[in-house]
Design a protein around this ligand. Sequence first.
Ligand SMILES: *Cc1c(COP(=O)(O)O)cnc(C)c1O
Length: 404
Amino acid sequence: MNPSFTTPYTLDPLQEKGRFGPFGGALVPPALAPVLQELAEAYDHLAQEGALAEELSHLLGHYAGRPTPLTEVPRYAEALGAGRVFLKREDLLHTGAHKLNNALGQALLARHMGKTHVVAETGAGQHGVATATAAARLGLRCTVFMGAVDAARQRLNVFRMKLLGAEVIEVQGGLQTLKDAVDEALNYYVEHARDTFYLLGSAVGPHPYPSLVREFQKVISLESRAQMLQQTGALPDVLVACVGGGSNAIGAFHAYLNDEAVCLVGVEGGGRGLEPGQHAARFATGRPGVLHGMATVVLLDENDQVQPTHSVSAGMDYPGVGPQHAYLHATGRAQYRFATDAEALREFHRLVRLEGILPALESAHALAGAARLAPELGAKATILVNLSGRGDKDVAQVAEMQAG
Ligand SMILES: *Cc1c(COP(=O)(O)O)cnc(C)c1O
């Protein structure tokens, strides 16, 4: 039991216009601006009123399985040459990752706004499954847009979404992957905004989404901070999280932002190395740009075109990054590093072998970041790693890579 979790937690109001220094904002077509404005106002109203946070706390506690445990992993720590290592166990959340925190929050918001239909985009299908789950629980119609190539690669997740009652639309345009799914979902949303709600999967996109998603994911750090104090009497020296779009990381960082002594480290997908097209390490080689309605750091080529990305892990494979991370990077409050595919795979194997915990390949990037830091930090340091999800979804892929 973790009696440290205090319910209900509060949802903070949004900052004006969602600016994080020079990053963020809502750089969208005119048709979308009033729809986003309505969303921001509805959220602010409900956040002040308190009912949304109370219902969300109840769902998180009685349906999703919060609080998730904080687990010390001494055998793993010893292998890394680290002092103490703790894992925040988002892998134990219902559906196997942190994504459900956000899906439940936004689905509740949708229902309060009188919307009857949620739409979402998905790449590998993890956000689609979380959205379909929240929609089933809350009695909302659900449509998930997925690139046709992604859908073919992720048959099992497509079937899971259908079992949950969602309609899955396979997008035939473009490269038939995540970016095309986002474009289609946004088009649909603009045309059907009266009864639909766009349930966005990470701390990215135009205002208010990066802030909304952070508010729904901050429960991770509210819990872990209290759990660290309770279990060790102190805060961690270093907190590490993987950064795809940035939702688990911003949720894991939030409650520590004013704890200057806690070093915050985000780990990006280093893929096969830093050649163009081979990675998703935005802070290593990206520069300021605009993507999906936000000003942020983007992987661009010399003609300012968005570069293709690669990561062994679908959740890390995105050319932009949440604008609050761009800001935390610019101000130096958080550091960003990258881990290669090979480093992530090594930690995937090492954690399950030494501790019986199978991490998602995304989360294995955070572990790889911790493995790099451990020798620098020495034996007195305490490292907290946000284990964003479980690796069951990745077992077939890892088996295939070993066979090939
Ligand atoms: C989707 C996903 C990620 C990456 O998304 P963020 O928004 O960066 O958190 C990380 N870990 C897991 C397990 C995921 O499913």
